[in-house]
Write a protein that binds this ligand. Sequence first.
Ligand SMILES: [Zn+2]
Length: 294
Amino acid sequence: MSSSKLSNNRAVRMLDAAAEGKYGVLGVVAYNMETVVACIKAAENKRSPLQILLFPWALKYSPLLVDFCALAIRKATVPVTLHMDHAQDPEIIKQASAIKAADGTPAFDSIMVDMSHHEKEENLAKTKELVALCHSRGIATEAEPGRIEGGEDGVKDTAELQGMMTTAEEIDDFVATGIDFIAPAFGNVHGDYHGVENIHLDYERLESIYEKTHGKVQVVLHGTNEFPPDIMAKCIERGVTRINANKLVLSEYNDFIAQKTGKVPLTQVIEDGTTIIQKQMEFWMDHIKSSGKA
Ligand SMILES: [Zn+2]
């Protein structure tokens, strides 16, 4: 299947299996330890593969968060990998790819080399160079041809730059850089849609992207806030493997924290908050059919 050069990479193997089995794998954005704990609990409870996503913000906040994730996924009884999402600065990619877990293997199984804020030629050239660096360290890579509009908490908002739908022609150029996963822009946006009625996906475009990438790289989905299960199912039918989840699994938790902090003991806020995230993930693991696949 894809990326024979990185066939031992756990993230590559996980998404290859998802493509083969036609199910999705959650990629959960973690900002704190509660989310990481919820990830492991949900994955183990549902016997589901899972990917934990950190933004470069995590390194700025504290590299200890990376260490914690690296330890947590190694102690998990099901396959869980660690991904750095939207690394938009070459320095961050160099830094993140050099971080080792306690066992000496790379802390990150995969890194998104996101040069989408550059014009296409520069995007491609930088991507190729950084993909080679990551691969030399055994780390899989992801890129974003076109440009997914908007921003998320911890990701630079490129709102001053227009979103650009991924074209079939771009796919070949990006596959040629050696990337392992591709995050297409087909009407999906980062941040909020402000209502399900505003989600307008170009499924034909997604289909043509899948046709072009099939057998070479895996397609991953960004921008899923407010997605209902039926839209998610349509994306998986069309070849999407990893599904990035931010507010999709964190919005209830965020509301809960806002309501309860200072009103009940902190330990209860942490425990109940963790359970809320876990339940949201388990709901999605059942819907995207990763439950029981670990
Ligand atoms: Zn994204």
